[in-house]
Design a protein around this ligand. Structure first.
Ligand code: AMP
Ligand code: MG
Length: 426
């Protein structure tokens, strides 16, 4: 245990800790997927248009295509009667060589005949009461209702950028670009391990009722947060606080890209995880950051049997500490490996209902709910309950984490505060 006892805590600032973590977040290997199967994921490669759309100048209205030059002088006439020389539907190629002075019936999306530049909407005509000719009653549509070719995209255009997320607004562009498979980053498989002799799974809850155990609140929470961040959780169960058992767990990790542990992270007698890691080929990047809750977190890389460097986050055991440190450190890491444009996530500014008291040497995170204030026009935030790190009841209502950065002491009631949005809320 000597290595651990000599280990000095790094006490990195929040920014430095996150920076070090993100510096290690190399992109996952790429894979190809059907676009719908890539929902919610960032693209590894841009999408390029394979065709020009619309392919032809076409009509934005159901109506009659005309040549404005032929009608420009006839605005004063009550009615203009033209022969109808053809019909145009979406998906057909433009008619050509239409006789001078004729109109063409055109449906919305149908190409304009070559040389035509206007569509008189059908409501401004008699709709061909007499077959073969149309009476135009108004000419205010001259020069209008034509969508130009290539207005949406031109062949070769980059229509979706790398890093953009696939969602219901992206899919029509991917489809229109003629892209059958998109490139994304493979989801990391994330081992989730709880540690602590006292922990009890749901199947043994009688022990908790009898006061003989602590419910394992972290495993499901971390697995869910892994999923929210785009990873695939792998349940590694509960590890007891015994050195041999822990060591065998940590040396038999296969098929995972990342390990997240909770518990055993600090200085208690039974806090063995880091001690065991330090006996193994483990490269510790840092231990401890100036954050609250969750300062005893650590991050490093474990050389596994197959020679790979497995990134390892050891999060503190208290559920709120594990929750916060996951969302501010591990989720950004996962998002970066999945090619997100803004791995640290999205923040909003909100005015706080509560005074937020913080130690100036720490970055402190508060679980808050958000709501719109109809009167002031501001987004407001309110604490979701007591902020003790061992409490779980303040977690479900949290839409975000209000941040009081290092160097700031208290934020007073009604002052603006930056709130990191949590994924999958509302
Ligand atoms: P530790 O980091 O192991 O010292 O744990 C700190 C506190 O968090 C202790 O009170 C533990 O009982 C508690 N704790 C650790 N892991 C969990 C867990 N998975 N679920 C609920 N509480 C936990
Ligand atoms: Mg423990």
């Amino acid at each position: 245990m000597a290595d651990f006892e000599r280990l000095r805590a790094d006490w990195l600032s929040f920014d430095e800790a996150l920076g070090r973590i993100l510096a290690c977040a190399s992109p996952m290997p790429e894979t190809g997927l059907e676009p719908l199967h890539a929902l919610g994921r960032s693209l590894a490669r841009p999408v390029r248009a394979r065709a020009t759309l619309p392919a032809w100048p076409n009509s934005a209205m159901d109506g009659y295509a005309v040549r404005s030059g032929e009608l420009a002088g006839r605005g004063g006439e009550a009615e203009v009667c033209l022969p109808v020389a053809g019909r145009s539907y979406p998906g057909s190629v433009p008619l050509r060589d239409i006789a001078a002075g004729a109109a063409v019936r055109v449906m919305t999306g149908g190409p304009l005949p070559v040389g035509f530049d206007s569509v008189i909407r059908v409501e401004h005509t008699d709709g061909e009461d007499t077959a073969g000719s149309v009476i135009l009653r108004r000419l205010d549509d001259l020069g209008k209702h034509v969508r130009r070719a290539g207005k949406d995209m031109r062949a070769g255009d980059r229509t979706v950028a790398a890093g953009d997320v696939v969602h219901s607004g992206t899919l029509p562009v991917i489809a229109a670009s003629g892209c059958e498979r998109v490139r994304v980053f493979r989801r990391p498989r994330v081992g989730v391990l709880s540690s602590g002799d006292e922990l009890v799974g749901a199947d043994e809850f009688e022990r908790v009722i009898a006061g003989e155990g602590i419910p394992d609140s972290n495993r499901g929470m971390i697995a869910a947060a892994v999923t929210e961040a785009g990873g695939l959780p792998v349940d590694l169960g509960i590890a007891p606080d015994d050195p041999a058992g822990l060591e065998s767990r940590l040396t038999s990790l296969a098929g995972i890209d990342l390990l997240v542990t909770t518990g055993g992270a600090s200085m208690g007698e039974k806090d063995l995880l880091k001690r065991i890691l330090l006996r193994l080929p483990f490269r510790l990047d840092f231990w401890r950051a100036r954050v609250r809750p969750g300062s005893p977190l650590s991050f490093g890389h474990l050389r596994t049997g197959d020679g790979n460097e497995l990134p390892v986050f050891c999060l503190p055991g208290n559920p709120a500490s594990a929750f916060v440190t996951f969302h501010v450190f591990v989720a950004p890491y996962l998002r970066a490996r999945l090619g997100a444009k803004r791995p640290p996530g999205v923040t909003v500014t909100a005015r706080t209902d509560d005074e937020l008291r913080s130690a100036p040497r720490l970055t402190q995170f508060f679980r808050v709910g958000l709501r719109e204030d109809e009167v002031g026009g501001w987004t407001r935030c309110a604490l979701t309950g007591p902020q003790g790190s061992g409490l779980v009841r303040s977690l479900p209502g949290a839409d975000g984490l209000a941040v009081v950065p290092e160097g700031r002491a208290d934020i007073r009631r009604n002052d603006p505060v930056s709130v990191i949005l949590l994924q999958g809320r509302r």
